[in-house]
Write a protein that binds this ligand. Structure first.
Ligand code: KIV
Length: 282
């Protein structure tokens, strides 16, 4: 049976330069595949707003939605380190709200850690949640919940000034007690500096190879998410096309009277049909 990693295993992987690999998952069956594929971690991202619910961004996603999907993922991947993603307004208001909502993830969905977006301005919340005995992963760079302030879903830290801001955010997040940090859509040079500077593991999504591991959104790598494809995505399958092909073939078979065939139906028990016909005649 697969052994679930702990924060100490993840820390050790950084020290021994063993890359952690993880994906997002939002449901039971994807989580089962992720565990079978030996993912080190699974993120139940608030990207579920786009990938599952068809929202334009992550802002409408609620705590309840995140809990329901995290619960399903936990059931599908009981032996994988699962991270719940705190949705917009579940931690920004104050530290009490942040601790209460982080605690819901652990109590109701039994995740191993939570992730929240932002740099120095969310450090009080990171400290409060950590002081509550929970594991927090930070997330800087392209932080989709503040895409309005960032001017859209854009790469971050491309100038010396903004890169410096990110490095300072990263150090403050570590100082606040986070056990790891995710860096999104940032030039590889900047991610490398952060990875080398921090003692906690630093993971990349679209921030290059010089990180302690890589995250990808499952709907992107499987070729399911159709709205847009970020530059940093590599597609490992075309399940969108395959799903369309299968549904069209099914529809054609039904309309042409080719489905169902004999092998898709249940036979009556021998001798029962004549009895039924006789009963109907009476
Ligand atoms: O919600 C999510 O999947 C995320 C990734 C984009 C990093 O936070």
């Amino acid at each position: 049976m697969k052994k679930k990693l702990t924060r100490f295993d993840l820390q050790e992987m950084k020290l021994s330069k063993k890359k952690a690999v993880w994906i997002t998952a939002y449901d039971y069956w994807t989580a089962q595949f992720a565990e079978k594929a030996s993912m080190d971690m699974i993120l139940v991202g608030d990207s579920l707003g786009m990938c599952i619910y068809g929202y334009e961004g992550t802002i409408p996603v609620t705590m309840d939605q995140c809990i329901w999907h995290s619960e399903a993922v936990r059931r599908g991947a009981p032996n994988t380190f699962v991270i719940g993603d705190m949705p917009f307004l579940s931690y920004q208001i104050n530290c009490d709200e942040a601790v209460r909502n982080a605690g819901r993830f652990l109590k109701e969905a039994r995740v191993d850690a939570i992730k929240l977006e932002g740099g120095r301005r969310v450090c009080p919340q990171i400290k409060a949640i950590t002081d509550g005995g929970m594991l927090v992963m930070g997330h800087i760079g392209l932080t989709p919940q503040s895409s309005g302030q960032l001017g859209g879903f854009k790469a971050q830290g491309r100038t010396a000034e903004t890169a410096l801001e990110l490095i300072q955010d990263a150090m403050a997040i570590q100082q606040a007690g986070a056990f790891s940090l995710l860096v999104e859509a940032v030039p590889p040079e900047v991610c490398k500096i952060i990875r080398d500077e921090l003692t906690i593991p630093v993971y990349s999504i679209g921030a290059g190879i010089d990180a302690d591991g890589q995250l990808m959104i499952v709907s992107d790598i499987l070729g399911i998410f159709q709205a847009f494809t970020a530059k940093f995505v590599k597609k490992y399958a075309s399940l969108g096309e395959e799903t369309l092909r299968a549904l069209q073939a099914y529809a054609e078979d039904v309309r042409a009277g080719r489905f169902p065939e004999a092998q898709h139906t249940y036979n009556m028990i021998d001798g029962e049909l004549p009895k039924l016909m006789a009963a109907l005649k009476k």
